[in-house]
Design a binder for this molecule. Structure first.
Ligand code: SAM
Length: 176
């Protein structure tokens, strides 16, 4: 990783679940109803990923999406801050015969993209981990990784209510 000024957000200190533990990585992989090979294959199809494209997956986790995307013949760069998640994903990719994948231990704020500019950047259920200001920095960095006609697909928890209405909106969301 490149050397960063000391005021830079340290994304290696993740909030929430500790994915540095190999057992957590396995348990995450086995309990992901939203990230089965079938669902990720459908997403790959929906996003129109094809052979020869460059795709970056930021916060790639145990790699289910990356593996399905690589089976199209596209070149995939799964990026994750957690070594345990990457190790698990790498083993899965090997078993699936997915060879055109380059795994990177890095994050939204530190990944240095050294391949051709990407056709697509994907991020699912990971960006919420960053504080809001640093999400904006991440968006700037993502834009710089994409070719001019490139696309960014984000799936995450996004609240769209005015801040003054947060109590009622969150309560309604919890009860829904
Ligand atoms: C809830 S998992 C989602 C994994 C995968 N995208 C999926 O849809 O199943 C969140 C992932 O983000 C990773 N992560 C946490 N902070 C990160 C950061 N700053 N940059 C990149 N990945 C990060 C975690 O290690 C974890 O693998």
């Amino acid at each position: 990783m490149v050397s960063l000024p000391n005021w830079y957000f340290d994304e290696s200190k993740m909030a929430g679940v500790d994915f540095e533990d190999a057992a957590q990585a396995e348990s995450f992989d086995l309990k992901q109803p939203s990230s089965t090979p079938e669902k990720e294959q459908a997403l790959v199809y929906r996003l129109g990923i094809t052979s020869g494209q460059i795709v970056i997956d930021l916060g790639a986790g145990t790699g289910t999406f990356a593996i399905q995307a690589s089976l199209t013949g596209a070149s995939i760069h799964p990026v994750d801050i957690s070594q345990a998640m990457l190790t698990y994903a790498r083993n899965k990719a090997q078993k699936a015969g997915a060879t055109n994948i380059q795994f990177h231990r890095a994050g939204f704020l530190t990944y240095e993209h050294c391949d051709r500019l990407a056709d697509l950047v994907v991020s699912k259920a990971a960006l919420h981990i960053l504080p809001d200001f640093w999400k904006m920095v991440a968006f700037l960095r993502i834009a710089s990784m994409l070719k001019p006609s490139g696309r960014f697909f984000l799936r995450d928890a996004i609240f769209s209510f005015p801040p003054a209405e947060h109590e009622a909106a969150i309560q309604a969301w919890i009860e829904a």
